[in-house]
Design a protein around this ligand. Structure first.
Ligand code: C2E
Ligand code: MG
Ligand code: MG
Ligand code: MG
Length: 298
C-alpha cells in the first residue's frame, strides 16, 4: 500500500498529491481513538501492571519487570508497543509513567505488609522523555517516601536513547539515583546505533540483552554477538540479563556462556499481579521440594 501510494503520488505530481489507501485511513482513525482513549485511561483505571520474573542461573527469582497493559473499554487489551509511542508523542507519557512508578511502589508496599515472599527488585521501564525531565529524580524520591519503599527494590530500565540525549546530565542523574539506592539497567542493549564508549562513563547495575539476539540463538550455531555482550558484562563486572528466553535450548546456550540472569516465556509470561504471586508461591514450593510428599508419606 505504501509503495503504491508513493508511486501514485509521484506520478500525480507535487501539486496534486492525493491517494486512496484504506489501510492508512484505518490506521489514522485507530490512532485518533487511541490518543483520545489514552487521555482518560489513567483516571478511568484502565491501566494495569503485569509482572514477569527474572531468575538467576540457579532458578531463584531475583526480580520482576513491570510491564504495562491497557484494557480499552471497546478495543480490548492493547499492548504497550501500540500506545507507548503515542503517549510519548502527546506528552501523556508523563502521567502514564508516574502512574506506573507509583503503582509499582504501591504493590511493593502491599506485598511487604502481606508478607509476600518476594525479595527481589521491580524493574520499571522509563522512557527518554520521562528520564530527561528536570523533576524526574524528585518524583522518584517523593513516591518512594510516600509508599515507604526501600529504593534498593527498584531497578530502572533505561535505553541508550534515554541516556545519550545528554550524557553528562545522564551520568549526574544516574549517580544521584544510585546514591539514593536505586539500580539501573540498560534495556535493549545491542540495538542502539552509538559506539560502546558510553559504557565507560555510565554507572550501570545491569545490561539487558535485547530479545532479538536471544531469538537468533535458535537459528545459528555460532552466536558471537550474544557471547560478546555477555563477555562485556563480565569484563565490566556488570550482571547481564537475557530477555526473551523462550526455550531450554536458549537457556542452556546462555548458561554455558556464563549469563547470570534470565527472563522470558520459558520461565513465565508477564502475569497480572494475582497470578504472578500464585506463580511465585508455586515456584518457591517447587524449589524447596515441598511440592513432593516426603518419603514414606502420602
Ligand atoms: P521491553 O522493556 O524490552 O520489555 C520486554 C518485552 O518482551 C515485553 O513486551 C515482554 O512481554 C516481552 N517478552 C518477555 N519475554 C518474552 C519472550 O520470551 N518472548 C517474546 N517474544 N517476548 C517476551 P511488552 O510487555 O509488549 O512491552 C513492550 C515494550 O513496551 C517494552 O519493551 C518497553 O519498552 C515498553 N513498555 C512496557 N511497559 C512500559 C512502561 O510501564 N513504561 C514505559 N515507558 N514503557 C513500557
Ligand atoms: Mg524493559
Ligand atoms: Mg528490553
Ligand atoms: Mg526489548
Amino acid at each position: 500500500h505504501a509503495d503504491m501510494a508513493l508511486y501514485r503520488a509521484k506520478h500525480l505530481g507535487r501539486a496534486n498529491i492525493q491517494f486512496y489507501c484504506p489501510e492508512m485511513q484505518e490506521n489514522a482513525a485507530r490512532r485518533l481513538l487511541l490518543e483520545d482513549g489514552l487521555r482518560r485511561a489513567v483516571s478511568n483505571q484502565e491501566l494495569e501492571i503485569y509482572f514477569q520474573p527474572q531468575l538467576n542461573a540457579s532458578g531463584q527469582v531475583i526480580g520482576a519487570e513491570a510491564l504495562l497493559r491497557w484494557e480499552h473499554p471497546e478495543m480490548g487489551n492493547i499492548m504497550p508497543n501500540s500506545f507507548i509511542p503515542i503517549a510519548e508523542e502527546t506528552g501523556l507519557i508523563h502521567s502514564v509513567g508516574r502512574w506506573v512508578f507509583e503503582q509499582a511502589c504501591a504493590r511493593l508496599n502491599t506485598w511487604r505488609e502481606n508478607g509476600v515472599p518476594f525479595n527481589g527488585y521491580i524493574s520499571i521501564n522509563v522512557c527518554p522523555w520521562q528520564f530527561n525531565r528536570a523533576d524526574f529524580v524528585d518524583q522518584v524520591r517523593n513516591t518512594l517516601e510516600k509508599y515507604a519503599v526501600d529504593p534498593g527494590l527498584i531497578m530502572l530500565e533505561l535505553t541508550e536513547t534515554a541516556l545519550l540525549y545528554d550524557l553528562d546530565e545522564a551520568v549526574d542523574r544516574l549517580t544521584t539515583l544510585r546514591s539514593m539506592g536505586l539500580r539501573v539497567s540498560l534495556d535493549d542493549f545491542g540495538t542502539g546505533y552509538s559506539s560502546l564508549a558510553y559504557l565507560r562513563d555510565l554507572p550501570l547495575d545491569q545490561l539487558k540483552i535485547d530479545k532479538s539476539f536471544i531469538a537468533e540463538l535458535n537459528t545459528t550455531v555460532d552466536h558471537p554477538l550474544v557471547e560478546s555482550m555477555i563477555a562485556i558484562g563480565q569484563h565490566m563486572r556488570i550482571p547481564v540479563v537475557a530477555e526473551g528466553v523462550e526455550n531450554l535450548n536458549q537457556r542452556d546456550t546462555l548458561l554455558s556462556q556464563g549469563c547470570e540472569r534470565y527472563q522470558g516465556f520459558f520461565f513465565c509470561r508477564p502475569l497480572p499481579e494475582r497470578e504472578f504471586l500464585q506463580w511465585l508461591a508455586e515456584h518457591e514450593r517447587n524449589r524447596k521440594g515441598l511440592a513432593l510428599p516426603a518419603p514414606g508419606q502420602t
